[in-house]
Design a binder for this molecule. Structure first.
Ligand code: F0G
Length: 483
């Protein structure tokens, strides 16, 4: 992906349009310590501690850099339990940026999913969607419902030129409604920048089509807007009709098509919080009762007042193209560099992070030994960089307890907004290139502790064979004893 700023020498580099004014010291611990740390964490990168992590590319959730405006806004927080002016400012930002009149605050994105599913999903219901997200899926199932994923053709092809792999297949949506009956469809869900298939956007044209079908069958459309800023940016870049539009206009057009818009503010705008927005008072009232029960009073919903101030400012910053394009441009750079080295990544480069195809990277590892989980552990040993498994391990087992191989088996290397420098990205590329050369040393993983729900968060695994030691030994031979 080209940066807007041209270099005279012809280089194509993403240029940081911000400066770093607060820093946090990082530690690059030796490979021996990395080996100990990942073993102690059950070969699960979620269970590593910050002192053992050099670059944290686990997620962008709650880890995007805050701006000076956000931090200063936090000082004027109004700590009232009810009627807080911090909530009023957040509400104003939601009206302005997301174009929705009513707002229910919740402590994070999955809390919104809990309330939406609890209100609208009945046992036996189906939620058609472009693709699932782990927490939404868990909440739909918790209510006795199920999901159907209606991705467009080729959406799961790792290497593709389709600019909108997050599109929903409209014919499949029609078929799904006809087969289940509209009465059994709780609502249709569209996820902006489809997380689990590599941060792939949908197009405005597709969203319009989905709306049209939903209207014809009297169905509600729910939009997961956690990554809506980046989806809007990619609509502007990739969908000709929107080339000259302001991000604000694109966002409003997107949200205007949804009956309910919900978001994780940890991704969209700040480091905590979430929200459910709508223009429909009846829908609002149905959900409203659950907010004081599970989250907190209606003017804070489990979010601190300081955080609401940061959320409000962060929402306005979503309108700034230099802010929302920073992460996708770094991702575009990293994907381009890795592909040049023959390392398979999801293309086109999407949002949130660089997604490495673990199925090809670790083609010698059986699917039920979690190639992406193994690659995440191996990459940490090789670099101190923490990524996240997004594959079979992140799936739930089926009702018979059988493993469900994921559609795509990915190592996600998140690039939170304005946090990492380009030389840090180059370090990650370098170590991944080393690992690619030595990939035959990586082996599989198996569970030693497997939680029943969202097992990838807290599960513990062990290596099949002694491959982590062999990998660390090779690393030491190539890079020397000390770092
Ligand atoms: N929807 C999407 C698209 C998400 O990516 C997430 C979180 C959620 C909902 C849930 O929000 O974490 O605030 O409860 N994604 C994080 C990630 C966890 O790392 O991709 P939450």
């Amino acid at each position: 992906m080209k940066n807007e700023i041209k270099f005279w020498g012809g280089e194509e580099l993403p240029l940081e349009l911000h400066k770093v004014r607060v820093v946090q010291k990082l530690h690059l611990v030796p490979v021996e310590r990395r080996l100990e740390a990942i073993a102690a964490g059950g070969f699960n990168t979620f269970k590593l501690s910050t002192p053992d992590v050099f670059l944290d590319m686990l997620t962008d959730s709650g880890t995007n850099a805050m701006s000076d405006d956000q931090l200063s806004a936090m000082f004027r927080a109004d700590d009232a339990y009810a009627g807080s002016q911090s909530f009023e400012r957040l509400h104003g930002a939601v009206r302005e940026v997301l174009g929705k009149e009513l707002l229910l605050p919740v402590h994070q994105g999955r809390a919104a999913e809990h309330i939406i599913c609890r209100t609208f999903v009945r046992p036996g219901d189906v939620v058609p969607m472009n693709y699932h997200f782990t927490t939404f899926y868990a909440h739909a199932v918790e209510q006795g419902g199920g999901i159907e994923e209606l991705l467009c053709d080729g959406a799961l092809d790792i290497h593709s030129e389709n600019p909108f792999k997050g599109n929903m297949d409209i014919a499949k949506l029609e078929e799904c409604i006809a087969r289940n009956g509209a009465g059994k469809i709780a609502f249709v869900r569209m996820e902006a920048s489809t997380n689990l298939i590599g941060g792939q956007p949908f197009s405005m044209a597709n969203l319009r089509e989905v709306r049209r079908v939903a209207d014809r069958h009297g169905l509600m459309l729910v939009l997961d807007a956690s990554l809506i800023g980046e989806n809007a940016y990619l609509i502007k870049k990739r969908e000709p009709e929107w080339h000259d539009a302001q991000i604000r206009a694109i966002l409003h057009e997107m949200t205007s098509m949804a009956d309910i818009v919900y978001f994780s503010a940890r991704k969209l705008s700040s480091s905590r919080g979430g929200g459910i927005c709508t223009d429909n008072k009846d829908l609002y009232l149905k959900m409203e009762v659950l907010v004081p029960l599970f989250e907190g009073f209606l003017t804070y919903g489990g979010i601190s007042t300081r955080e609401m101030e940061a959320m409000a400012v962060g929402l306005f910053e979503t309108l700034d193209e230099t802010a929302i394009s920073q992460s996708p441009q770094f991702i575009g750079y990293m994907v381009g560099e890795l592909m040049q080295r023959g390392i398979p990544c999801v293309t086109p480069a999407g949002v949130l992070g660089c997604h490495v195809d673990a199925r090809e990277f670790c083609s010698h590892i059986a699917p039920e030994q979690y190639p992406a989980g193994a690659l995440a552990a191996a990459f940490y040993i090789a670099s101190g960089v923490r990524g996240m498994e997004r594959g079979t391990l992140s799936n739930a087992r089926d009702t018979e307890g059988r493993e469900v191989p994921a559609d795509v088996e990915l190592l996600r290397l998140a690039i939170p907004r304005r946090v990492l420098t380009l030389s840090q990205i180059r370090y990650a590329i370098d170590r991944l290139a080393w690992l690619w050369e030595n990939r035959s040393l990586i082996g599989g993983l198996r569970f030693t502790y497997e939680p029943a729900v969202l097992r990838f968060f807290m599960g513990s695994l062990e290596p099949v064979g002694d491959w982590p030691h062999r990998l660390a030994r090779r690393f030491r031979e190539d890079f020397g004893e000390s770092l």
